[in-house]
Design a protein around this ligand. Structure first.
Ligand SMILES: *Cc1c(COP(=O)(O)O)cnc(C)c1O
Length: 461
């Protein structure tokens, strides 16, 4: 059979293959044919010869599949059925729908990015968001960079290069990926001075570490973990008082950095950026795509005197954000001029604050709609469960939800998960105690028809 595998040149003459060349560049079709024949060869060698493996029609179909895969973007839409709202692996915060035109205009046309229309001369790309950030947080000044890791790095580099930064050992956080506070500090040129113990740090620990070498007192929000039991930490207010005794600035890396108080929605214990500044922090850094619900960005707000140097720092040029980010960040911040508007229009905030009853009704509605469209071999049930905020925020918080449990005759839970995950529009659910679960909290309305189509194709395959 190996000898009967057709040659590439011959396959390229087949009418079925020739029609592919109307839609795809010749070189791509040749690559697809070559890859497909290679795969056929390895299938045969592995003893996996399926019926008609060398037939023209079957081979053309396989080339079509190969072409489809080759043309599929690597970075593409997925359906998030995990219930994790700020899913770091799935792109954290989805942007508000109302920003669609803003984003497209910025990306596909010219803009006022660095042009002052009043004076007709060169403007600054920072002004578009700075005023909004100041009015929303009460800060005197603001700087925007690519992400919060960059914000921390820029701040430390401009305020504490070759000098000491005092931070509690209980706050030497690894955020995920490979972002660790101590390592970012090292890269910024600041010298880390850890004080206290993992579970307990006292005001006296900071006081006794302060010296001529000290440039800054840093507080890092322990976003993604909690230390419970025999613990003490120094509050922002206490740290500010200690800083004032020695005329040292205090910086808070707030991590997720929310602009609205979410405690009335059960999301308690997170201070707003304004509250940190009101407590006296000189600088606060936070992410654009965590609780804020905007594009990936890092935001530094605080005292003008601290931010002046950052605005002139050469690193800022390397860390600056592009026009699409600025446009969508400005649009997101505008929504915060009214808290209710922000809660309704920013998808991550809306999903996080969905009441349990609404989720239960939504789960039932989705199940009814799916049952109408799907054959008997697919069984759907609802059950109580929990969702998470994600993005390294509210690590202990379990948000009550109603989950949709899906099973398909002839597929194990693992097979079902794998089949749904490897589609052109992947569906990402979760498995718990051998059940495949989708959480309506993170499913968008437009995801439902796609999910139905995916299940239907399994049932009829
Ligand atoms: C998430 C986080 C960061 C990193 O923010 P990115 O925007 O992902 O770079 C830094 N510090 C804290 C405390 C965080 O929670």
């Amino acid at each position: 059979m190996l000898r009967n595998i057709p040659k590439v040149d011959k396959v390229l003459e087949w009418p079925g293959i020739k029609t592919f060349m109307e839609k795809h560049p010749r070189q791509i079709v040749i690559t697809a044919v070559r890859d497909t024949l290679g795969k056929v060869r390895s299938d045969l060698l592995a003893g996996m010869a399926t019926e008609g493996i060398l037939e023209q029609e079957v081979l053309v179909e396989r080339v079509r599949n190969t072409l489809e895969k080759m043309n599929m973007p690597g970075l593409r839409r997925v359906i998030n059925g995990t219930g994790v709202v700020l899913h770091t692996n799935l792109g954290r915060a989805p942007l508000a729908e109302v920003l669609r035109d803003t984003m497209l205009d910025a990306a596909f046309g010219y803009s006022t990015l660095e042009f002052n229309v009043e004076t007709g001369s060169r403007g600054s790309r920072a002004v578009h968001v700075e005023k909004l950030l100041c009015s929303l947080t009460g800060a005197e000044s603001a700087v925007v960079v690519n992400n919060n890791a960059a914000a921390v790095m820029l701040a430390l580099s401009s305020l504490a290069r070759d000098r000491e930064v005092i931070v509690s050992r209980g706050e030497l956080v690894e955020i995920g990926g490979s972002f660790r506070i101590p390592e970012v500090m090292e890269q910024s040129g600041a010298i880390l001075r850890g004080v206290g113990a993992t579970n307990r740090t006292h005001p006296r620990d900071y006081r006794s570490a302060i010296s001529e070498e000290t440039a800054l007192l840093l507080k890092v929000h322990t976003s993604n973990f909690a230390v419970v039991g025999f613990t003490t930490e120094v509050s922002t207010e206490e740290l500010v008082a200690i800083g004032q005794e020695s005329s040292l600035p205090v910086m808070v890396d707030a991590g997720s950095g929310t602009l609205v108080d979410l405690s009335s929605h059960g999301l308690t214990g997170e201070r707003t950026v304004r509250q940190y500044l009101d407590a006296g922090a000189d600088l606060v850094t936070f992410s654009g795509d965590k609780l804020l619900g905007g594009p990936q960005a890092g935001i530094i707000v605080g005292k003008r005197s601290c931010l002046e140097a950052m605005k002139k720092h050469p690193l800022l040029r390397a860390l600056r954000v592009d026009k699409v980010t600025l446009a969508t960040l400005e649009g997101t911040l505008r929504l915060y001029r009214d808290d209710q508007q922000a809660l309704q229009q920013i998808p991550s905030l809306r999903m996080m604050t969905l009441p349990a009853e609404e989720l239960a009704a939504r789960a039932r509605k989705i199940v009814r709609r799916m049952r109408r469209a799907l054959p008997a071999g697919i069984s759907l049930k609802t059950r109580k469960g929990f969702s998470q905020v994600g993005g390294g925020t509210f690590p202990l918080l379990e948000l009550p939800t109603t989950l949709i449990e899906v099973s398909v005759d002839g597929f194990s839970t693992q097979q079902l998960e794998q089949k749904l995950r490897t589609r052109i529009v992947p569906i990402i659910g979760r498995i718990s105690q051998d059940a495949y679960l989708l959480d309506p909290r993170t499913l968008a309305d437009k995801d439902i028809p796609d999910t139905i189509a995916a299940l239907l194709s399994l049932a009829t395959s």
